[in-house]
Write a protein that binds this ligand. Structure first.
Ligand code: PMP
Length: 464
């Protein structure tokens, strides 16, 4: 290929940007929707897996048209969430640099994902609030001011964010619903989606109800109902709910609001996957739970639309992981009122990671690494015959004769101290304090292991 041809292709936007928007809409047919019909707009099918692709592309193109963004310029934004990913895709596609200012509480996976797309990341403190120079939004604004050809995207204050939904998401829903929509159920992160849809439907179908779905702990639903800003709490659902009213959020046409707790949100998203096959994230669970409540409360048939805001892929290790759900107290497992309640991976449930005495040390090491545990029980046809931890493997390898091909039984500790389920927390603490893991055995039957994290999770669940 000649360098001329190379240059020409590098000037074009990759075709992936043309796949933003025009997402499908599907009807829920298996869940109980009262007298109503409920439809879901699948925004999880955008190229980076979220609704944010629309506004990221629109904000960048508006800045290009306004001359705020020069070729090869730099975008700056404060987020590692979906907006960060969408901006990273658009910046990579159009040849801009992107600096994302990210609070240090964000998950490593999200940071790795934006870096993989070529973004530069600046990690900052998450224990400071607005007005502090290290607060992520203040820091992003000051980096933008110091960066030549820098453009601070500022999704919370950028009017193109709602405009993107007014001009694309709204008309698409209107066409897909054959100009017949009675209600739309949405959440608010920046407020872009709600404001855009609210503006669009005020023109084409002023009688269409805009319904807010809000996580419990957020101040928005109380603001809609009582016009006052209350005390905010905390919630697990990601991407929606606020402790302030974002400058671009126009809630004036919202007549109805539902406050949904984390448990209902997450279980609703899991139901949506199992019953309707839609694989979406935690905020979709909030929207879907609110939409179902709205539908079931109606006495007349209505056509209701809600949104799958992002893909469930981003939540596999959390809400789609039964062990994480049980740790949070969202899945209620059989309770025994003894030490068995502290075992997060029970042998009987088939969730425990174990090895056999004849497995190789390499197999044991790989299983520990994949499951992110530092010890595994050694089981022979269901009977506990030993325990193997990282230091057992190291000792075996370091003594000069050992190799990863050796069998587990050559390295494991076989004189293990076990606890009966009826043992108290005091005995458990003694074992954990001595740096060991507790092994619970019920009348010869192996139940599972208890680590310090399991004890902490148990204590936290009791407080909640
Ligand atoms: N769901 C998820 C997963 C999100 O990331 C966001 C955006 N933060 C939203 C919903 C809400 O969208 P908006 O910013 O348009 O209010």
């Amino acid at each position: 290929m000649s360098s001329g041809a190379l240059q020409e292709t590098s000037l074009k936007n990759p075709a992936i940007l043309s796949l933003i928007g025009n997402t499908p809409l599907v009807e829920c047919t298996r869940l109980e929707t009262g007298p109503c019909r409920l439809f879901i707009k699948l925004e999880n099918q955008n190229p980076t897996g979220s609704i944010k692709d629309r506004m990221a592309l629109a904000m960048v193109e508006a800045a290009e048209r306004a001359g705020q963004l020069k070729p090869g310029g730099t975008l700056i934004e404060a987020t590692a969430g979906n907006t960060g990913l969408s901006l990273a895709l658009v910046a990579a596609a159009k040849g801009y640099h992107l600096i994302l200012v990210i609070p240090d509480k964000m998950s490593q996976e999200k940071i790795l994902h934006v870096r993989a797309l070529g973004a530069t990341t600046v990690i900052t403190r998450s224990d400071v609030t607005k007005g502090h120079p290290e607060y992520y939004q203040d820091l992003a604004a000051s980096i933008a001011a110091e960066t030549p050809d820098g453009f601070y995207v500022n999704q919370f204050g950028n009017p193109t964010n709602p405009l993107a939904h007014e001009q694309t998401t709204g008309p698409e829903i209107w066409e897909q619903m054959q100009h017949n929509v009675d209600a739309i159920v949405v959440g608010v992160g920046s407020g872009g989606t709600l404001t855009g849809l609210s503006n669009y439907f005020a023109c084409v179908a002023p009688e269409c109800e805009i319904v807010l779905a809000d996580p419990e702990g957020s101040i928005l639903s109380e603001f809609v109902k009582e016009k006052r800003i209350g005390q905010s709490g905390s919630w697990i659902v990601e991407g929606i709910g606020e402790d302030f009213i974002p400058p671009i959020a126009d809630l004036s046409r919202v007549r109805k609001a539902y406050s949904i707790c984390d448990e209902e949100s997450l279980l609703s998203a899991r139901d949506l996957l199992r019953k309707e096959g839609v694989f979406a994230g935690s905020s979709t669970g909030t929207l879907f739970a609110a939409a179902l409540r709205y539908c079931r409360e109606r006495t007349e048939p209505k056509r209701v639309v809600t949104i799958a805001c992002d893909s469930g892929n981003k939540y596999l290790s959390k809400m789609y992981n039964d062990i994480w759900m049980a740790d949070q107290g969202f899945i209620h497992r059989k309770s025994f009122d003894d030490l068995r309640d502290l075992v997060s991976r029970r042998y009987q449930d088939g969730t425990i990671v174990s090895v056999g005495p004849s497995d190789s040390l390499l197999t044991a090491f790989n299983r520990m690494r994949i499951a992110d545990v530092s010890q595994v029980p050694v089981l022979d046809r269901g009977n506990l015959v030993g325990i193997l931890d990282e230091s057992d493997v190291l000792t075996r390898l370091q003594d000069g004769h050992g190799s990863f091909r050796d069998e587990v039984k050559t390295a494991m500790t076989n004189r293990v101290v076990t606890l009966a389920p009826s043992a108290g927390l005091q005995e458990l603490r003694q074992i954990l304090d001595s740096g060991r893991v507790a092994i619970v055995v019920d009348q010869e039957q192996f139940v599972g292991l208890v680590t310090r994290i399991d004890l902490l999770n148990y204590l936290r669940r009791k407080v909640a």
